[in-house]
Design a protein around this ligand. Structure first.
Ligand SMILES: [Mg+2]
Length: 160
């Protein structure tokens, strides 16, 4: 099992109409503590994890990198995958299968992931999921981290 984590709206709060081109913007975003803790638990369990996140400009790239290295000092550099906004997340990972899980708040990313054979899990936060279009598996940022871990493991076990 490999976990690929999105940042905005998953690890970090997503702020509607945020000044996201400003230097320091992505470094200063508040963190969903439940998700941070979930990632730490999976790390203790030796699950391989990746960050898979897009950046709008060079400043954002460095802010995001700095933010991840501070939140998760144990993360290997090669497991932090940052890509330009216009690119497709599936182009930055090798061959993936149903044991590769993308946790993302943006449905088009999840649909692309499913199309190449991975397992998508939508992250529900306080501002997304307004249309209720996503019918697949989900986690909620407001949940106890141990319950999030249990839920993700359950989703994978169901697919094996
Ligand atoms: Mg996102």
């Amino acid at each position: 099992m490999k976990l690929y984590w999105d940042m905005d709206g998953v690890i970090n709060h997503f702020i509607k109409d945020g000044d996201y081109l400003r230097e320091g913007y992505f470094y200063g975003l508040p963190v969903h503590e439940e998700i941070k803790k979930t990632i730490d638990i999976f790390n203790e369990e030796k699950v391989e994890q990746f960050i898979l996140s897009k950046y709008p400009n060079k400043t954002a790239y460095f802010d995001k990198m700095k933010s991840i290295m501070e939140l998760f000092p144990w993360f290997k550099r090669k497991n932090i995958i940052l890509l330009p906004y216009e690119d497709d997340k599936t182009k930055y990972v090798g061959r993936i299968d149903k044991n590769d899980i993308l946790i993302d708040d943006f449905t088009p990313n999840l649909v692309e992931w499913q199309e190449i054979g991975g397992t998508p899990i939508k992250c529900i936060n306080k501002i997304n999921n307004t249309t209720g279009r996503w019918k697949g598996d989900f986690i909620d940022v407001g949940t106890n981290p141990y319950d999030i871990v249990k839920k993700i493991v359950g989703i994978i076990e169901r697919r094996l």
